[in-house]
Design a protein around this ligand. Sequence first.
Ligand SMILES: [Zn+2]
Length: 242
Amino acid sequence: MGLAATLQNRPFSSPFSTWEGRSSCRSILLCLAESNFTKPSCARYVASALNSGTGPTVVIDAGHGGNDQGAKAKNPYCEEKRICLQTARLVKKYLDQLGYHVIMTRNTDAFIPLARRVEIAKQCDAEIFVSIHFNSSRLPTASGIEIFFYDSQEEKRRTFASKRLADSILTRVLRRTSAHSRGVKKGNLYVTRETSMPAVLLEGGFISNPGERANLKALDYQEKIARGVADGVDHYFKKLKR
Ligand SMILES: [Zn+2]
């Protein structure tokens, strides 16, 4: 389903929705696409969580996978799906260390329909959903990190919590990476819209920017992003308890 059709299906008004037209992340378009839904078996995903703690259940969603490569670039060659999975695995590692119960929507190079990712989160009673993506633009100088949440008029508490989670994660990812901030943004994205728990989608940098791409391919930089995400998740839950 096309972008316009998807947006029409779910009326969305944002006074500062800036993602459209500023960056042409293929991921965003793919996230908006409807996908075929196959009923998932949660047990299949429990394997990803065997070593996780007993804390709140967090779903980490590595964007794209399989035939869906996401954004791509050459020199150095880079596929978004790989950076998503590498970073998501590191996020899981750090959240495991903090005692969270982490479920990954994919832990291999597999195509997982968007509806299935959402259903995994619902069936596992996830308390939050964090999707990891990387950006792309026709403008090679476009750079920085942004994070999206869905502004639902019907689910104000979820919207408020999603924004708080987004603020918490972005602040700490920027602290770790020293990257340029593109801000916390409202966006009508499938996985943040259709989930039922606080949900965010991180765009952790531009694959289309040669300098940023070199960073994104480096393990130490992926670790900075992942530690920032884990810090942000941890801060979100600790603040809830106060
Ligand atoms: Zn993407």
